[in-house]
Write a protein that binds this ligand. Structure first.
Ligand code: DNO
Length: 348
């Protein structure tokens, strides 16, 4: 596995040389953040990121993410234009040496939480989600914690109306339409496209979500069978629902060669539709992280891995979920799990 760390570019308060001091760190994952979804990226912007990482001895081979324009998800008449831009970005990053592009197909909202600083007994804080707290929010007048996508209120209302009337089958068709055009480009240039599961893995605000379960993933992979139609195995997103057997999914999709990238973090499920993001260690949350790593290794996984959302600890003034300290602890823990699982596998 290639241990990685999310880095938000020059504006990230976590310096690259701190990241490079974490044992076993292979590289960072990043994106071009100063352009709108649907824009065509300049190779110079991508190379600037890559050179900055390389100068600190870190690889940069994964883009997280190339955003998918809402017109693609909604299937409007303008989607072909945005799909062409997406394909061009895939070609550009491939030329710059990237191997994997992460993206998601969640309409309007990416990850959704109802609390950014849930206090634990030990004084740490973490991101949390509660279905009942979400239901009390007015989606048309929304200030979601940590949600930095900014739509004008009228635009948000229009989008919500579009998706609330949309059957799941239609959203799925729009994803397949997108993949049928993008995956051939990925095949040509040798880039793995890795869909990030819905976070949380259920519909929010009455908007359909179609990347939430094993059944959803099977449908996506059988619609476009190329191995470059892959998964970002986000254990915390999938594992927020107890219906998802994450270790089983890890082994199954790894052995199909469909997991180029994994986000490894734990969640503590506090009830139906409720969870908070605990420390990475199995004993802190609801997921058996050792079992998941073993499953990945058994499946022959050899992709990029990153610790995911960390708690806020040691009084760090961190971007929610993306401070240095707890993610560094997560990285060290993940390295330990892989070392053990890989050595066990070798001696079998
Ligand atoms: C949350 C992240 C997601 C992820 C996107 C991928 O912290 O895991 O925002 O980057 O869903 O497109």
């Amino acid at each position: 596995m290639k241990l990685s760390f999310r880095w938000y570019g020059k504006s990230d308060p976590v310096p690259l040389h701190y990241i490079s001091q974490i044992p076993n760190m292979h590289g960072v994952v990043s994106s071009v953040y100063d352009v709108h979804a649907g824009a065509v990226w300049k190779a110079t912007s991508v190379l600037e990121l890559k050179n900055a990482a390389n100068a600190e001895g870190l690889a940069l081979e994964v883009i997280e993410s190339v955003p998918v324009h809402e017109d693609i998800k909604a299937g409007t008449g303008k989607r072909d234009e945005y799909i062409a831009a997406f394909c061009e970005n895939v070609r550009t990053v491939a030329k710059c040496g990237f191997k994997c592009v992460c993206y998601n197909f969640m309409p309007v909202f990416d990850w959704v939480r109802t609390e950014l600083d849930r206090l634990e007994k030990d004084g740490s804080t973490s991101l949390a989600y509660s279905r009942s707290a979400l239901e009390e929010l007015d989606p048309k007048n929304l200030r979601l914690p940590g949600w930095d996508e900014s739509y004008a209120p009228d635009e948000l209302k229009r989008l919500l109306d579009v998706y609330r009337g949309m059957p799941r089958e239609k959203l799925f068709e729009n994803l397949v339409y997108f993949l049928q055009r993008v995956i051939p480009v990925c095949d040509e240039v040798g880039v793995a496209l890795a869909i990030h599961p819905d976070d949380p893995p259920w519909d929010v605000f009455g908007i359909p979500r179609i990347v939430s379960t094993e059944e959803d993933l099977d449908a996506i992979f059988s619609a476009v069978p190329s191995k470059n139609n892959g998964l970002t195995l986000c254990t915390g997103s999938l594992g927020s629902s107890e219906k998802n057997d994450v270790a089983h999914m890890a082994e199954k999709y790894a052995s199909q060669g469909r997991i180029p990238f994994a986000h490894l973090r734990n969640v503590f499920r506090t009830g139906d539709g409720e969870f908070y993001e605990s420390g990475h260690f199995s004993g802190c949350g609801s997921l058996d992280m050792a079992k998941i790593v073993r499953a990945l290794v058994r499946g022959g996984f050899d992709g990029y891995v990153r610790p995911d959302h960390g708690r806020n600890i040691w009084d760090e003034n961190a971007r929610p979920g993306y401070g240095l300290y707890d993610r560094a602890l997560g990285a060290a823990y993940i390295t330990g799990l892989f070392e053990m699982a890989e050595k066990e596998e070798e001696t079998k």
